[in-house]
Design a binder for this molecule. Structure first.
Ligand SMILES: [Zn+2]
Ligand SMILES: [Zn+2]
Length: 468
């Protein structure tokens, strides 16, 4: 009975943990590594275990850094089911297909270069078809119901409040006379975040595997965050510029639309033109609309009143490339929400090209920016950026609104851990080393909990709890 940490150990992306019980092996998540090219090349390396020996995957949520290597796992011989929440299954249908599409395009681009050099072509990481095929393995689960997925392994999903369908995974493990309960936080949301319920408190665990993305940070309060966002809109109005919001298609986008809808009159949004310029975000918003049964009370009430049209009256969905290109000519009065969230691909790069050199434009960063991404460079105050071989001066105002993060901050993580009885051991994952180290110190100082920061390949013997 053991667990081994193979991804998001000492870093944020590539979530993947292997649990072995009574001869059965399951993976908690199987995510893509994201970041610069060098980081992403690691996705091509073979898995540090034989995919054929994995009996099942339990997926915490749809984000690609948790789900993105599943099609590759299947292509490498994994033959079992993927258990996840119903809503995550619906979101994965969109996200994995997009991921396959990006991989195909990446390979095409790479191969044009390689051909000129006389090198052999590379295969895409996986294809769109691989992603479509992978969906046949998905089994949807509800929150709050125990399910025995294999002899010795019972699973229950609890709402993690991070994105639609996101789950904390409770695992009951049995081997001979040994009984252990492992709780994997997945990604934890912020309390009071829009649309979704708060992360579920859990009381019992023998081992907690916990994310630590913002383990070194405190977000601003909800009120301050709304004031900040309102102020950016007012300033851009005074500057007669545009607002660009690089947003993750799933989660952040729907949150922003929800904030806009709620503050429509206060922020005077009636005289702006708001564009959702992302086919994937448009589809994901559709999935959010179909799962109103898991909304929090406020969102459910808003939905009850306004139905599917509670999105903004002046919201334009721009689906085609041509619609997107038309936005290049808009000089002021537009709010453009486009992916990707870290600006390392997608339509946002075109909008940056047309706006980032103008001092009356404002860029609002609303989510985590991994090292090596263009979004991170902007946050870190880059004076110039490179786009399609062109150097572009950064004159636009860059605002980082941390309060809109989909992740709990240090206080939120501490609060969630505080509900466990008897201070169970904690293994920290899903954080850059600095963030994990601060949370490590804080957990030790205030709760005296046995804490470790997971290293790649590290094992914990669950029967003996060795390593703690
Ligand atoms: Zn996530
Ligand atoms: Zn994550």
């Amino acid at each position: 009975m053991e667990i081994q940490f193979h991804g998001a150990a000492g870093e944020v992306t590539g979530s993947c943990h292997l649990v072995e019980v009574a001869g059965r092996r399951i993976l908690l998540d199987c995510g893509l590594i994201q970041g610069d090219r060098r980081a992403e090349e690691r996705n091509r390396e073979s898995f540090p275990f034989d995919p054929k020996t994995i009996d099942a995957v339990v997926l915490s949520h749809a984000h690609i850094d948790h789900s993105g290597r599943i099609p590759l796992l299947i292509r490498s011989g994994f033959a079992g089911p993927v258990y996840t929440h119903h809503a995550s299954k619906d979101l994965c249908r969109i996200m994995l297909k997009d991921s396959g599409y990006l991989a195909e395009r990446d390979a095409e681009w790479e191969n044009r270069k390689r051909q000129r050099k006389g090198l052999k072509p590379v295969q895409p990481l996986y294809s769109m078809q691989d992603a479509v095929d992978a969906m046949k393995r998905f089994r949807g689960l509800p929150y709050g119901k125990r399910k025995k997925i294999l002899p010795g392994i019972t699973v229950r999903l609890a709402d993690a409040g991070h994105i639609l369908g996101s789950a904390i995974v409770e695992l009951w493990l049995e081997e001979g006379r040994e009984r252990r309960k492992v709780v994997f936080s997945g990604d934890l949301g912020q309390k009071g975040a829009p649309i979704l319920r708060d992360p579920t408190p859990i009381a019992e665990a023998d081992l907690v595997i916990m994310e630590s993305t913002y383990g070194d940070r405190l977000h601003r309060s909800h009120e301050d965050t709304m004031t900040e966002l309102g102020a950016v809109i007012a300033r851009t109005r005074a500057d007669s510029g545009n607002i660009l919001i690089p947003a993750f298609a799933v989660g952040r986008t729907q949150d922003i639309l929800y904030h806009f809808a709620r503050n429509h009159d206060v922020w005077g949004l009636g005289d702006w033109r708001i564009f959702l310029d992302s086919p994937m975000a448009i589809q994901a918003t559709g999935v959010y609309l179909r799962h109103s049964d898991i909304y929090d009370r406020e969102a459910a009430a808003l939905w009850q009143r306004n139905g599917e049209h509670s999105l903004l009256p002046n919201l334009t969905l721009s689906r085609t490339g041509r619609q997107s290109m038309q936005l290049n000519r808009v000089r002021s009065g537009a709010i453009i929400i486009a992916g990707s969230g870290m600006c390392n691909g997608g339509r946002i790069r075109h909008h940056l090209k047309h706006n980032v050199w103008r001092s009356n434009c404002h860029v609002v960063i609303v989510g985590f920016q991994a090292r090596g991404t263009l979004g991170r460079a902007l946050v870190d105050g880059a004076k110039h950026i490179r786009l399609w071989g062109e150097t572009i001066r950064v004159e636009a105002n860059i605002h980082t609104i941390g309060g809109l993060s989909a992740h709990a901050d240090q206080a939120g993580l501490m609060d969630w851990y505080g509900h466990f009885q008897g201070r169970p051991p904690v293994m920290l994952v899903h954080g850059e080393p600095d963030a994990s180290a601060v949370l490590y110190a804080e957990l030790g100082r205030t709760s005296n909990a046995p804490v470790r920061i997971a290293a790649p390949g590290q094992r914990v013997d669950l029967a003996r709890m060795s390593g703690f």
